[in-house]
Design a protein around this ligand. Structure first.
Ligand SMILES: [Zn+2]
Length: 231
């Protein structure tokens, strides 16, 4: 008679089932999965329970049914086996990243480029901006970009007409990104090119007045600098 059957039906005493009648001793020292039985712990109703020590070093109490029948032998542990498996699974799927700032950015990026129902689609996917093949998995995206540094940061494409790919992207704040907008005015002065706002910041010029002067064509950029020098 198999042990399983013996357990389910009324146990009939025989040589084979003798150990079931002296539960305090029969499992002592035996190993089930990661668990080694230390000693009989208690009997509750028809359940025998044993103090076990796990390979990981933790002590626990498991029932006889658990040790002998309930789960696949390799799965028997203090609980550490299941935890490890879950961890492995999470690492594999990156599911545990869902809802983190970096994951949210990644999702939003894909949506802007791939989902015509996204209200920003016309500025992204709609004008040919794509997410590179490599970044179709979050794992790669994270490896290339790192974690989103602060909530103020978002993905900035250095070439605003370029794709989302490692060479063209960085984390940047709104301010940093505004310096890089499609409609920004680039000015070359003393061999250096940057946008108007950056020049104003660097040279301490009043932006709105200066850009108005520049756009209206009243003064060239060097003339504007000269104009404010005297002020
Ligand atoms: Zn364990």
């Amino acid at each position: 008679m198999s042990l399983q059957k013996a357990n389910k039906n009324k146990i009939i005493y025989s040589e084979e089932t003798a150990h079931l009648f002296c539960p305090d001793n029969d499992l002592r020292g035996r190993k089930f999965g990661r668990l080694t039985v230390v000693q009989f712990a208690y009997k509750r109703n028809k359940n025998y329970a044993y103090k076990c020590i796990c390979d990981c070093g933790k002590e626990c109490v498991k029932t006889r049914d658990y040790l002998l029948y309930d789960v696949k032998s390799v799965h028997r542990s203090c609980g550490c086996w299941r935890k490890e498996e879950q961890q492995k699974y999470r690492l594999k799927t990156y599911d545990f990243r869902k809802g983190t700032p970096t994951h949210n950015s990644w999702m939003a990026m894909k949506s802007r480029c791939n989902n015509p129902n996204n209200n920003q689609y016309s500025d992204y996917g709609g004008r040919g901006i794509r997410v590179c093949e490599r970044w179709s998995t979050f794992e790669n995206f994270l490896a290339d970009m790192g974690e989103r540094p602060t909530p103020k940061h978002s993905i900035d494409r250095i070439d605003v007409n370029g794709d989302y790919c490692p060479e063209n992207c960085r984390w940047a704040t709104k301010e940093e990104q505004n310096n890089n907008k499609r409609n920004c005015i680039l000015v070359t002065y003393n061999g250096k090119t940057q946008n108007f706002k950056q020049w104003c910041k660097e040279l301490n010029l009043p932006y709105y007045c200066a850009i108005h002067m520049y756009k209206s064509g009243k003064r060239t950029f060097p003339e504007i600098i000269e104009y404010y020098k005297g002020k």
